[in-house]
Design a protein around this ligand. Structure first.
Ligand SMILES: Nc1ncnc2c1ncn2[C@@H]1O[C@H](COP(=O)(O)OP(=O)(O)OP(=O)(O)O)[C@@H](O)[C@H]1O
Ligand SMILES: [Mg+2]
Length: 307
């Protein structure tokens, strides 16, 4: 499979479809531009709408390694960029001592060589594979880190280089394909956003969500898939603490298929709400009469449209 980036927007859409990712044209356009211009793609959106998946699909369809940096509070350079392997450095020093051949200056240089370096994701992402293709670097959930780390990233993302005081500057011969995601629990700094192309990943419309279900849960009956999608779409209009994402739609359809259901019934909906709602307050709000009402509306709409 080719590691070459797609030549236009249609080819980008095809690439995503090959990876079982159903995207709309606006996302494919921004992704195409990011690939073409060699800029990081910054994806923001609610949980479970398919942000992380884009990086996974790109890595798979472009046959490039996926280097993933999962962000969390307190993430530091030692975990994200590099760390010296102290244990191995100590052994090297002991061996030199034992052999009685200690040239302090040379030893000082010897223990700060590449082989004593533990490369963490950002440094790994600057390395190009033997076939000359740069990896896909996924910086996932950037909003969980602190601003100091974000500032560090600025330099990496603009120049694709990292400076290690003992060795010097390491620069990527070919920049990686970078995907940054955020759930927007806090605003990411403008300076970082400016270096990226931005895209807000929204909930899909009914047609696209149905296409996703057909791809991801092919065993789900057509009528059931349509009901599930229509139900979820209506549920997203409710004032809930956490609206269901695409991940929840897929989970629910899978759960219902496991239960051998071919259509939605009020009782089944009530008993399986845990697949789509993850907060007790939300479940209480919907379970029972509200769920039955949504289901009635769904069935009515489908009868009217003849689907
Ligand atoms: N457009 C799509 N086409 C096919 N599958 C999709 C699509 N969007 C999401 N999915 C599926 O939905 C699930 C959730 O996607 P993903 O983990 O990428 O969401 P996310 O936005 O990163 O969520 P979170 O913010 O919780 O990390 C995955 O199993 C993915 O395969
Ligand atoms: Mg994610």
């Amino acid at each position: 499979m080719s590691t070459a980036i797609p030549k236009d927007i249609d080819a980008t859409l095809d690439l995503l479809t090959r990876g079982n990712y159903i995207a709309d044209r606006s996302l494919a356009t921004t992704l195409f531009l990011a690939l073409k211009m060699g800029r990081p793609l910054f994806l923001e959106g609610e949980a479970g709408v398919g942000k992380t998946e884009i990086a996974k699909v790109l890595s798979e369809t472009l046959s490039r390694p996926l280097v993933r940096l999962q962000c969390y509070e307190g993430l530091d350079v030692a975990s994200a960029v590099y760390e010296w392997n102290y244990a191995r450095q100590m052994i090297e020093i002991r061996l030199a001592e034992a052999s009685g051949d200690i040239d302090r200056e040379r030893l000082g240089q010897d223990i700060f060589r590449n082989e004593f370096l533990i490369k963490r994701p950002l440094l790994q992402a600057l390395e190009v594979a033997a076939d000359g293709a740069a990896p896909v670097l996924l910086i996932d959930e950037l909003d969980r880190t602190d601003e100091a780390f974000e500032a560090y990233l600025l330099e990496v993302l603009s120049d694709f280089q990292i400076t290690i005081p003992e060795i010097g500057t390491i620069k990527a011969s070919q920049p990686p394909i970078v995907i940054v995601t955020s759930n927007r629990t806090r605003e990411i700094h403008d300076a970082l956003k400016r270096r990226c192309l931005y895209y807000w990943v929204d909930y899909p419309d009914a047609e696209r969500e149905l296409a996703i279900l057909r791809t991801k849960v092919p065993g789900c009956e057509e009528t059931l898939s349509r009901q599930v999608v229509a139900f979820i779409q209506r549920l997203r209009e409710h004032d809930l603490f956490k609206l269901p994402g695409i991940a929840e739609t897929i989970d629910w359809a899978t759960a219902l298929t496991e239960l051998n259901k071919i259509v939605l019934e009020p009782e089944t909906v009530d008993n399986t709400l845990g697949a789509i709602l993850k907060y007790q307050d939300d479940i209480q709000k919907i379970q029972g009469s509200e769920a039955a009402k949504i289901l009635e509306e769904v069935k009515h709409d489908m009868a009217v449209s003849g689907s």
